[in-house]
Design a protein around this ligand. Structure first.
Ligand code: 6R9
Length: 652
């Protein structure tokens, strides 16, 4: 079994004393959450305002063939009223959202809860004007601008289900999601400035809509004022419609189990699946984790650097913080523009107290030297968070020493699109941290480690295997949009009566959890999930490609890089030009984050006699670990392996 770093960092006495939970409180609350989940979540559900209070708390089953998850099922509420209206009396003039634009020369905006109420209500009435009503789907394809938050909350206000598509995704990916959710409206902007460059978002929407057969309108926010294409009758400027509608929009009464949003994420097989989150349990959990995990206190400035196109942006830029009446910072730009000091300049400028980012950003900034950090006053920082992939101890230590000056607990939060909020994470005043470990479960979460082949639960404290969760928590995904069978098959079929996370994990002798990475065919590139199947199907769609197999390999900055083995159609010759052509091709099929980092020409791929590609072997070759290929005797043609190794060594 692996050795663990011996260093642990206990919370300071000062931190523990001022925190929502110290060690004793965490232990007491955790024990209560497991021994009587009904009572625990019944109590904590009260952190929200309910229109009709719930009488039932938990009704969940992981039973094979009958997976059914309901929380607070007879309660009614509205998410936008919980994130906005209920704060108006006490904090109407407090800043809800600080918006920091791409260019530091442009002015930041401070949007108060009152302004947020008005903007959201107007956006909600605009959507109604376009024919959107309760239960309809709305796709958002937006830059990181305040309108993204208004649009999310506007959907929630009228009971429409939003589905955000990351603005870095291609028009094909956008079209697939508009079609998949049969959206009535897509909300976009003319252009998206990022890192000083502008992408023409509307252009992608136009392309996407040409591949959509149902009636889908386009609502366009003016961000850059650039020239764009326009289809009369289908496209509408937000400003034009907003000027005509009322600023009064009463929130719709929603059942706790009505869907709040769909978010497409990559899986091990097939096309991305629409993860469905519902209203009550999701908001209870997102708000509770935002408060406890970051030890957020009234008046603090909270900054999560994610994009709202990912689940992290949903739960920890918008829903969690706003439900808590927090001030949340939304950043349009990138960490390295105009230079590698942008994060720290922004922390200083807005006096950020809790800062939450991804290991890939930390590693990239670490590589730029300490000078960029040391230039700025970071004395307001209290808690630092990371999410998205395992953080290597070197990056953890740099974050701790150089950014946090040893004074800020680091919360390494492990969770997934599917889980809605943090499942494994330290609480800053309660849990001693170890660099690289997501430490212990949040309230109500029962992690288990199973032996991968037998599926037996390993009860010894020190253990290694696949990570599953034994029982439901309030913000668990409820289904795959339009395909409940796929939901059961993906998460509940391999290991009966457990939720299967897809991650490998070790538990050390202190009961701390260490995520080792995905055990399925999902790769994690800069914290973004990518199904190998998606990249492969993009590659084989190219006329010169016969076959392809994609695996992850260790990458210094991105965590994992995309390694593509490509077999060409007969008669086609490998060349550097073709390599570039394929890279560009994948970019345009899926988006820039899917561009292969390495393409290796493969005359053949190692396959079993039943035709299954042995990715285990391809992974080892990509890692330059040629001695550990394991059993190759089941291969239809073992000689292809030697050929691949030779090509790899020659870097061809
Ligand atoms: C929130 C988010 C989920 C996958 C997950 C795991 C990896 C996320 C992590 C982590 C180690 C952490 N992951 N956080 N691995 N330590 N703190 O990232 O959701 O995009 O769905 O990705 O990311 O492999 O299964 P999502």
């Amino acid at each position: 079994m692996t050795e663990y770093p011996a260093d642990t960092y206990a919370p300071s006495a000062e931190m523990a004393a001022g925190a929502h939970a110290d060690k004793a409180k965490y232990e007491e609350m955790y024990a209560a959450s497991i021994s009587d989940p009904e009572a625990f979540w019944g109590e904590h559900g009260k952190r929200l305002d309910w229109i009709k209070p719930y009488t039932k708390v938990k009704n969940t089953s992981f039973a094979p063939g009958n997976v059914d998850i309901r929380w607070y099922e007879d309660g009614t509420l509205n998410v936008s009223a919980n994130c906005i209206d209920r704060h108006l009396a006490t904090r109407g003039d407090q800043t809800a959202i600080i918006w920091e634009p791409d260019s530091p020369d442009d002015e930041a905006q401070h949007i108060t809860y009152k302004m947020l109420h008005e903007k959201t209500s107007i956006m909600a009435n605009t959507l109604k004007e376009l024919g959107v009503s309760k239960g309809d789907r709305v796709v958002l394809y937006l830059p990181m601008i305040p309108e993204a938050a208004y649009a999310m909350l506007a959907c929630a206000r009228i009971g429409a289900i939003h589905s955000i598509v990351f603005a870095g995704f291609s028009s094909d990916a956008l079209a697939a999601r508009i079609n998949g959710s049969q959206a009535k409206v897509v909300i976009t902007a003319d252009g998206a400035p990022r890192g000083g460059r502008v992408t023409n978002l509307k252009d992608s929407v136009d392309k996407a809509l040409s591949a959509v057969e149902h009636d889908c309108k386009c609502l366009c926010v003016k961000r850059t004022g650039q020239d764009i294409g326009w289809t009369e009758g289908r496209d509408f400027w937000l400003d034009d419609l907003a000027a005509k509608v009322s600023a009064d929009c009463p929130p719709e009464e929603m059942n706790a189990e009505d869907p709040l949003f769909i978010l497409y994420t990559s899986g091990s097989t097939g096309q991305p699946k629409g993860v469905v989150h519902t209203t009550g349990g999701y908001l209870v959990y997102a708000s509770m984790t935002q408060e406890y995990v970051f030890d957020y206190h009234d008046g603090d400035i909270f900054w999560c650097t994610a994009d709202v196109g990912w689940v992290t942006g949903h739960s920890y830029i918008v829903y969690g913080p706003l439900a808590n009446g927090a001030t949340t910072l939304m950043f349009e730009g990138v960490p390295t523009y105009p230079d590698a000091g942008r994060f720290w300049a922004t922390c200083e400028k807005h006096k950020v107290n809790q800062f939450y980012t991804a290991p890939t950003a930390i590693r990239a900034l670490m590589g730029q030297g300490n000078g960029f950090v040391e230039k700025y006053d970071l004395s307001d920082l209290k808690v630092l968070g990371t999410v998205g992939e395992p953080i290597n101890p070197e990056a953890w230590n740099w974050y701790n020493d150089v950014v946090g000056k040893g004074n800020c607990p680091i919360v390494d939060t492990w969770w997934q699109t599917e889980t809605g909020g943090h499942l494994l994470t330290p609480l800053p005043g309660a849990v001693a941290t170890k660099p690289g470990s997501a430490t212990l479960p949040f309230f109500g979460v029962q992690p288990v480690i199973l032996e991968p082949t037998s599926g037996e639960e390993i009860h010894e404290t020190a253990a290694e295997g696949v990570l599953c969760i034994k029982d439901s928590w309030p913000s668990q995904m409820r289904t795959v949009w339009g395909d409940h069978e796929r939901f059961e098959k993906t998460y509940f079929a391999d290991y009966k009566n457990y939720y299967f996370t897809g991650d490998g994990c070790r538990r050390d002798a202190d009961g701390y959890y260490w995520i080792t990475g995905r055990v399925d065919d999902v790769i994690n590139v800069s914290g973004h999930r990518m199904g190998t199947a998606e990249v492969e199907s993009a590659l084989v769609a190219h006329p010169k490609v016969a076959e392809s197999a994609v695996v992850g390999y260790p990458h210094d900055i991105k965590g994992q890089g995309i390694y593509a083995y490509v077999t060409l159609m007969s008669g086609e010759e490998p060349s550097d030009e073709l390599r570039k052509e394929l890279e560009t091709w994948v970019r345009s099929e899926i988006g820039p984050i899917a561009k292969p980092d390495l393409i290796q020409w493969a005359p053949g791929l190692p396959k079993t006699r039943s035709g299954k590609i042995m990715r285990r072997i391809l992974r080892k070759i990509a890692e330059d670990d040629f001695g550990a290929l394991g059993d190759t005797s089941t291969l239809a043609d073992p000689s292809v392996v030697d050929e691949l190794i030779e090509n790899r060594m020659n870097r061809s």
